[in-house]
Ligand binder design. Structure first.
Ligand code: SF4
Length: 322
């Protein structure tokens, strides 16, 4: 039985954080556990090396197959013609070595040819950054020109909530809206900085200058919040109340394609004022100058008025002298 919400309501609930991980699980369960397990939605989740969503207990390395099998029908590892006929949702996670003996390339190609949609989960699969030699470039070598819809769920690690949110959306309403990098706008629309508790400090230029110095805006310590789109600032991590910035660590921009180098800045290199949209010292100075000018003008007008008034009081009436 589908969740009793419209797409608009679903998006709103997700954006406000009302649909937490457990609720999304319940949603999937209600949607998919409809009696006959052979009719459940088919899902194939292929895990390469590295990355993933291993930090969440729900998806711990050994736990997630069992967790997901509550909702989906597993098609096994082999892309048999019968399995491919099921047109599964295909999740690719991590990096895949081009192992000829294991026929990795061939297996991936087969699954992609039969899938209805591919979810690239975690940074290694989503962006392929820092791919070691001998590992496949998923985009160029596997997905190629295939018109198959692709959804990127980046992050280091990726948020389990994002994956369950996307799966719910796929099954309830179809493909979610996506940005230029094919990330669901549901989670990756807003800049972290725009939702950060220290936005006021950012605007006023009240920056933390040393690690551990105080709570506040970490822009000078290399925070990439001004150029990173994700919902960490509002929904935090693992159902807790905190996130990187909340514990004094700058946002590393882990869900951006430029992570981790960020054009040579690295994780702790400070973004330029222009890139971050910081109102520079000069602009702030200009504002002070403007305010000073306004003040001087006001004072000038006041003096002028006072002088005029004074002169008026003591003005010699020429007409009387003539
Ligand atoms: S620069 Fe970082 S710490 Fe400062 S407001 Fe933006 S996200 Fe928050």
């Amino acid at each position: 039985m589908p969740l009793p919400v419209t797409r608009r309501e679903f998006l709103k609930l997700m954006r406000t954080g009302a649909l937490s991980l457990p609720l999304l699980s319940v949603g999937l369960e209600e949607l998919l556990a409809q009696g006959d397990p052979t009719q459940a939605e088919p899902l194939v989740w292929l895990k390469g090396h590295h990355s993933g969503i291993h930090s969440a207990p729900l998806f711990s390395a050994s736990g997630y197959p069992a967790f997901m099998s509550r909702f989906f029908r597993s098609l096994g590892n082999e892309p048999t013609s019968e399995a491919l006929a099921g047109h599964p949702i295909l999740i690719l996670e991590g990096s895949f070595s081009d192992d000829a003996l294991l026929k990795v390339h061939q297996t991936l190609n087969s699954w992609v040819s039969g899938a209805r949609v591919v979810i690239l989960l975690g940074n290694e699969a989503a962006y392929g950054n820092d791919r070691p030699e001998g590992y496949l470039d998923l985009e160029a070598e596997i997905l190629g020109d295939n018109p198959l819809p692709i959804i990127r769920i980046p992050g280091l690690p990726a948020q389990p909530r994002h994956l369950l949110g996307v799966l719910n959306h796929l099954l309830l309403y179809g493909l979610p809206d996506m940005d230029e990098f094919r990330r669901p706008t549901l989670f990756f629309e807003n800049l972290i900085c725009d939702r950060c508790a220290y936005r006021g400090a950012f605007e006023s230029g009240d920056f933390v200058k040393h690690f551990g110095q105080k709570e506040g805006c970490l822009y000078l310590l290399g925070c990439k919040g001004p150029v990173t789109r994700n919902d960490c600032a509002t929904h935090h991590w693992n159902g807790s109340n905190t996130w990187c910035v909340g514990v004094g660590s700058p946002c590393t921009g882990c869900s951006e394609p430029l992570f981790p180098t960020h054009h040579g800045l690295g994780m702790y290199g400070q973004l330029s004022h222009r890139a971050a949209g910081v109102r520079t010292g000069w602009i702030r100075h200009s504002e002070s100058l403007a305010y000073t000018a306004l003040g001087v003008t006001a004072v000038g007008l006041a003096i002028h008025g006072f002088t005029k008034h004074s002169l008026g009081q003591y003005q010699v009436d020429d007409s009387e002298e003539s």
